[in-house]
Design a binder for this molecule. Structure first.
Ligand code: ARG
Length: 588
């Protein structure tokens, strides 16, 4: 469906043409004086210079042609030459009915759908998910859902970190604790046990211990590096342990992401790209892209226009070991080969920005990606606590994602039980839903690239710009609709009429922005635009609700029209929160 602003521009162009003026001046914008009008056209100011007339004279010249358009109910020329516009109720009602009839509520889906891979989540195996992993998961999931809504093929890949030193650390620590395990017996040739020699809790206890030890004890670190190297060389017993670590850890990760309502299409991992590395290195050498620098193999990626130094992209260390870079480049090869994406989006901490500049330049220079494949880095800022420092537990430790989720759920549970009469079993489920809304909305309502403060008190409030407030509004609409149905009403009957009052008109104007909002939010990869849209819409609805007797409206057609408006508002709000990655209960 055409955006409302595009339709208004068409009308303005017609008016300017009829008045004998150039259409380049006919531009309508949202009013910056909402107390006076809804939209305005400032073209008379610019036209005045071209036509050597006073702006107000130009405005008056086009005014009659705006007046004859069925789209406007009120047009006014005001000094020094503004044209103030208000939309006709009939036109808006028609727009509402058209939105309601459209499966996508007026959103123009992509004419040429693209294949877009989105690399998000990015957890490291065997380390518990902590709050630092929240943003990538939440932002990535939202962008994936937005892209799908727009009609693109979105492929989400968790890109597990499974190939680094953490594996060697765990193996080393296990060996210290249980040297008799068959995995450490070099003469063993049989089948390794199917059961892992540790549980997820043990694994999560082992890693931080090993990591701390390696920082204090260089010899221990040496052992861990050696173990990592042997694993990467394919040592049988270590491979078997790696498999156990993967199974135990991935199961746990899946559970955690499920609780967050985050779902990946691919559970690929760094190690999946390893087979590409030897060929890639050969190719980069042969084509002359890579050269040796102090024993290491590097590709220069600086450009003349650089204002700060961009160091070369290192492909192999002097000992021949591969790096994070190497894996990311090889992963690009894998992605190109398997999926031929038009774009790859990386949702990663913005502190990795320079790193991705190097990787992207290197991939382009060495032609690992097609010329028209877009590589996008979507860097996000840090989630801070109220003290402005990275969010921590009360004791100052790293906050696990699970703990955060549980804490917020408990908080919501208390509020729900305090406020309402809701069944115990329902209260738990509802608390989980509201908690997710609080966390995700709290995160997504901030521009992704900025740091923000995770303010539990504010995020869990039912008032203000919060997830719970949005859910509360949806639940309010749902409960009116179900009362209407219980009393024998048919929610599908009738149609939306021209608004009966100002608050209803404001709600219609807010609804009408849905297509532009979603289209822009996806184009700019900016979920916060959807948040501010639904906050405005929820406010517009609540204002209307407080002023209007809906179910007791006596005029049947008017009552039906209200109900249709409520349905549309509920659907637009629920679609929007789906795009943000959460959903609303029926009651709360
Ligand atoms: N595992 C990485 C980390 O913890 C994030 C992975 C981001 N994705 C990528 N393709 N490098 O920093």
């Amino acid at each position: 469906m055409q955006r409302i602003i595009a339709r208004l521009n068409q009308e303005a162009e017609a008016a300017f043409t009829k008045a004998g003026l150039d259409t380049s001046f006919a531009k309508v914008v949202v009013s910056n004086r909402p107390d006076l009008c809804e939209f305005q056209c400032n073209g008379a100011m610019a036209a005045a210079k071209t036509y050597h007339k006073a702006p107000i004279a130009i405005a008056q010249q086009v005014l009659p042609f705006f007046e004859e358009s069925p789209v406007f109910s009120e047009v006014q020329a005001v000094m020094p030459g503004f044209i103030n516009l208000k939309l006709s109720g009939e036109f808006l009602a028609q727009y509402m009915n058209d939105m309601q009839a459209d499966e996508y509520f007026g959103v123009e889906r992509a004419k040429e759908p693209k294949t877009i891979m989105i690399d998000y989540g990015g957890p490291n195996v065997a380390k518990p998910l902590h709050v630092g992993h929240l943003r990538s998961a939440v932002i990535g999931e939202s962008i994936k859902r937005m892209g799908r809504y727009m009609g693109h093929t979105m492929i989400g890949d968790v890109h597990l970190g499974d190939w680094g030193l953490q594996m060697g650390l765990i193996i080393t620590e296990l060996k210290e604790r249980q040297p008799d395990l068959v995995y450490f017996d070099d003469s063993f040739e049989g089948e390794y046990p199917e059961e892992a020699p540790f549980t997820i809790s043990e694994l999560e206890e082992i890693y931080p211990k090993a990591s701390a030890k390696s920082k204090e004890d260089p010899e221990y670190k040496e052992k861990a590096m050696e173990a990592t190297h042997l694993l990467q060389q394919g040592k049988r017993g270590y491979q078997a342990l790696w498999n156990h670590i993967m199974t135990v850890s991935v199961n746990d990760l899946k559970k955690n992401y499920q609780k967050l309502d985050v779902e990946f299409d691919l559970w690929k991992k760094e190690s999946d790209a390893q087979p590409y590395i030897p060929g890639m290195v050969e190719y980069m050498k042969k084509e002359g892209y890579a050269h040796e620098d102090q024993g290491a193999l590097v590709v220069d990626v600086k450009e003349e226009t650089d204002t700060k130094e961009i160091p070369p992209c290192m492909i192999l260390k002097s000992d021949g070991a591969s790096l994070y870079n190497t894996t990311d480049l090889a992963t690009i090869m894998d992605r190109m080969k398997c999926y031929h994406p038009d774009e790859i989006i990386y949702v990663v901490d913005k502190r990795q920005s320079l790193y991705f500049t190097q990787v992207f330049r290197c991939a382009r220079k060495t032609k690992l990606v097609d010329e028209d494949t877009v590589l996008t880095f979507l860097g996000f800022g840090t989630m801070n606590g109220k003290d402005g420092k990275p969010f921590k537990t009360r004791q100052g430790g790293v906050m696990r994602l699970e703990t955060l989720l549980n804490d917020i759920t408990e908080e919501m549970y208390k509020k729900i039980v305090d406020n309402r009469s809701i069944k115990e079993a329902d209260a738990h489920k509802t608390a989980q839903m509201v908690a997710l809304a609080a966390i995700k909305y709290g995160d997504l309502s901030n521009q992704a690239s900025k740091d923000y403060i995770f303010d539990t008190e504010r995020f869990t409030s039912f008032e203000g710009d919060t997830g719970p407030y949005i859910l509360y509004t949806i639940v309010r609409i749902k409960s009116i609709l179900s009362r209407y149905v219980e009393n024998g009403g048919d929610t599908k009957a009738g149609k939306i009429l021209a608004p009966a009052g100002e608050s209803e008109k404001a709600m219609m104007l807010a609804l009408a922005d849905f297509n532009a909002t979603v289209e822009n939010a996806f184009a700019e990869k900016a979920p916060h635009k959807i948040c501010s849209y639904i906050y405005d819409l929820a406010n517009a609805f609540n204002h209307f609700y407080h002023e209007t007797k809906i179910l007791s409206e006596e005029d049947a057609e008017r009552r039906q029209s209200y109900i249709r408006m409520l349905e549309l508002t509920r659907d637009v709000l629920e679609t929007s929160i789906h795009l943000l990655g959460f959903s609303a209960p029926d009651k709360m």
